[in-house]
Design a protein. Structure first.
Lengths: 375, 265
């Protein structure tokens, strides 16, 4: 067995703090990123769960929650394209909720076509709920928001002072910052404040292009819609852009970077101190080998091998803990998103942290004066 | 054992060394010249602070003297570059220290094979040679034990086996027995002498223990950085002197060394 591994196994207690700090920094990073992605992922839950693959928004829109109203009849224009099979409108307006016991909550009113196969109908509502919205004054809220809105199935409430009835509870349609109240387009128009007159304005126009690659259709339509007035996206683009905007522009992303960096620095310091401690405890042995004429570089390789092992084991622990945290989060309905690229990045960063720590600890080896063994 | 200066394995001339600079300088070695020959165990003795370890460090290529020259195996040691010096030590020198300096994590056989591992020798060959070295120091049955499971004497023998593994022509030992009881000290010093005789190695050992003198071919006493005594010990009867030259055999006890250039009191 190599000196590096034999020492690791024999004195694993000494190495443990380094390993744990690498793992901790990794978990901190992954869980934070996972929560951010989970949180920001909810911003676009209606985009991600809808069947539409083309979205038209007002031109200044960068994120789902920012679009201003656009003409509803753009849909007719979209359908001129031979690849566009269907188009629909989606109304998203701020509103005021009041429950039977007078609890008031700011909500987001979502008006969509009340049909199971509607483009805008979110996947979890397809089975039954979208069709139920056809009843006048019917609304659906998410099970996760029922407590907040002090309501339940069959109960009555008010939106902007108009009476509504909760006809069902959806699953998994929560969003950060928005409490959605789903209604039919017609009901939503009626509930809007001020009431939307006629059918001329909506928040989004959605379409479904037959092609598997909606990008080409998007380009055609963008030319048709002359860019300054409207912006047209594929669903993936719109979702990605919205989340990126939240990550980079909202300030939360910077907070994440800062705390992750802090975790990494602490991890590096602890790991390098750990390795340094191990080197110092066997300094005489290393000095003996320097005396024999073994170059410092070969001894450094031993320390670097140890730091790589610490990095690898720490990264493994990071992955294990993160997977467990992910399972726990799913069970508790906490939106945590663990992506393979984030895990890969955490593993690499863990390895790099450990190697940098090893390099910092090497100082001790290069300072060695084997003559000091002779006293 | 020839006393011909041209056959010396180590020749030091005009060694001067001190620690500190300027007015704070403490002189340690004063114009010291000495020669050592293969096949001999030389004991270096003297009061604490007399410069024994400093001299050993200079002779063994670990400490550059302020002035003076050291030729080891016809190589002017202190003319070598740092990397060449390392390579020279790796090929020709072995070291044994007071504190054994064994890695706690390694078994005896791994400790002994380690220098060869660093030298790029194939694993199985390194192990074979480690077995031979451990058998030579009488630890054939202890090869798979770690330092924590070995006695002090056994640890020092592992360290000696580790020093032997590269077949060095020169072996340096600084107080190898001062952490050991007298029985173990005897074993260790006898082992070092056997190595000098059977391997034809030049063995220089610093010690404080007067009981060990009967195992040495030669005794050098230092005082304040100067040689005050340089004697050949009386040979013991027996077949041990194979390979030893007649000159040592005929030398009377406590005879001043013919080639030493130290001061005599
Ligand atoms: N690195 C150093 N810096 C300053 N002074 C030193 C250093 N090493 C040794 N000395 C001094 O040089 C003198 C000789 O030291 P050296 O270690 O050679 O003595 P020694 O004969 O080996 O003693 P001991 O028997 O106690 O080991 C001592 O006075 C010591 O204090
Ligand atoms: Mg000393």
């Amino acid at each position: 067995m190599s000196l590096a591994r034999a020492t690791l196994l024999h004195e694993w207690r000494r190495f443990l703090p380094g390993l744990l700090s690498v793992a901790f920094a990794g978990v901190l990073m992954l869980v934070q990123l996972g929560l951010l992605l989970g949180m920001f992922g909810t911003v676009t839950v209606l985009v991600d769960r809808s069947d539409a693959n083309l979205w038209v928004t007002s031109p200044e829109t960068e994120s789902f929650d920012q679009s201003r109203d656009i003409p509803a009849n753009l849909g007719a224009l979209l359908r001129l394209h031979p690849a566009v099979a269907r188009s629909e409108t989606l109304l998203v307006h701020d509103a005021d909720w009041r429950s039977g016991d007078d609890t008031r909550v700011a909500v987001t009113l979502v008006g969509l076509t009340p049909a199971a196969d509607a483009l805008a109908c979110p996947q979890p509502m397809r089975a039954a709920l979208c069709a139920k919205l056809a009843e006048p004054s019917a609304v659906v809220i998410d099970r996760g928001e029922a407590d907040k809105l002090h309501t339940g199935v069959g109960r009555l409430g008010e939106v902007n002072g108009h009476r509504v009835r909760v006809v069902g509870l959806s699953e998994g349609l929560r969003s950060i910052g928005n409490t959605y109240v789903f209604a039919s387009s017609q009901t939503a128009r009626y509930l809007s404040e001020p009431p939307a007159t006629g059918e001329d304005l909506t928040t989004f126009v959605l379409a479904k292009a037959r092609s598997d690659a909606p990008e080409a259709v998007r380009d055609d339509l963008q030319a048709l819609l002359h860019r300054p007035a409207y912006r047209i996206w594929t669903d993936r683009e719109f979702s990605y852009n919205s989340q990126r905007w939240w990550l980079t522009e909202s300030g939360v992303g910077a907070g994440f970077l800062f705390s992750s960096l802090l975790g990494l620095i602490i991890g590096t310091v602890i790991t390098s101190q750990t390795l340094r401690g191990v080197i110092l405890s066997t300094l005489r042995e290393y000095a003996t080998f320097r005396a024999i004429g073994v170059p410092a570089a070969k001894l450094s390789a031993v320390v670097l091998e140890q730091s790589l092992w610490i990095g690898a084991l720490g990264a493994l622990l990071t992955v294990l803990v993160s997977v467990l945290a992910n399972a726990l989060a799913q069970a508790l309905y906490v939106p945590l998103v663990l992506t393979w690229w984030a895990v890969l990045a955490a593993v690499l960063i863990g390895l790099i942290t450990a190697v940098i720590s090893g390099l910092l600890a090497l100082r001790e080896l290069y300072r060695l004066q084997p003559a000091e063994l002779l006293r | 054992m020839s006393r011909d200066p041209s056959t010396a394995s180590i020749s030091a001339t005009g060694l001067v060394h001190g620690y500190g600079k300027g007015a704070a300088r403490t002189p340690v070695l004063h114009q010291l010249s000495l020669q050592f020959w293969p096949g001999e165990l030389t004991l270096m003795m003297g009061a604490s602070g007399s410069g024994k370890s400093t001299l050993l460090a200079i002779l063994s290529g670990l400490l550059r003297p302020e002035s003076g020259a050291v030729r080891v195996l016809d190589t002017p040691l202190w003319n070598l570059g740092a990397r060449e010096l390392e390579r020279f030590r790796f090929r020709h020198c072995g070291y044994v220290f007071q504190n054994f300096n064994l890695f706690p994590a390694l078994t005896a056989i791994e400790q002994v094979a380690l220098p060869l591992d660093f030298g790029g020798v194939h694993k199985t060959q390194a192990r074979q040679r480690a077995v031979i070295a451990l058998e030579e120091v009488g630890l054939g049955t202890r090869m798979n034990l770690r330092p924590a499971q070995l006695s002090g004497g056994e640890k020092q023998r592992v360290a000696i086996a580790r020093a032997l593994i590269g077949s060095p022509q020169i072996l340096f030992a600084d107080e190898p027995t001062s952490a050991l009881d007298s029985a173990n000290s005897e074993i260790v010093i006898a082992l070092l002498q056997k190595i000098a005789r059977t391997h034809g190695a030049t063995v220089i050992t610093v010690t404080h223990d007067p009981r060990l003198t009967r195992h040495a071919e030669r005794i050098i006493r230092l005082q304040d950085g100067m040689v005050i005594e340089d004697t050949l010990e009386a040979p013991r009867p027996g077949p041990l002197l194979a390979g030893a030259a007649p000159a040592a055999g005929h030398a009377p006890p406590a005879q001043p060394h013919p080639n030493s250039t130290g001061d005599f009191l």
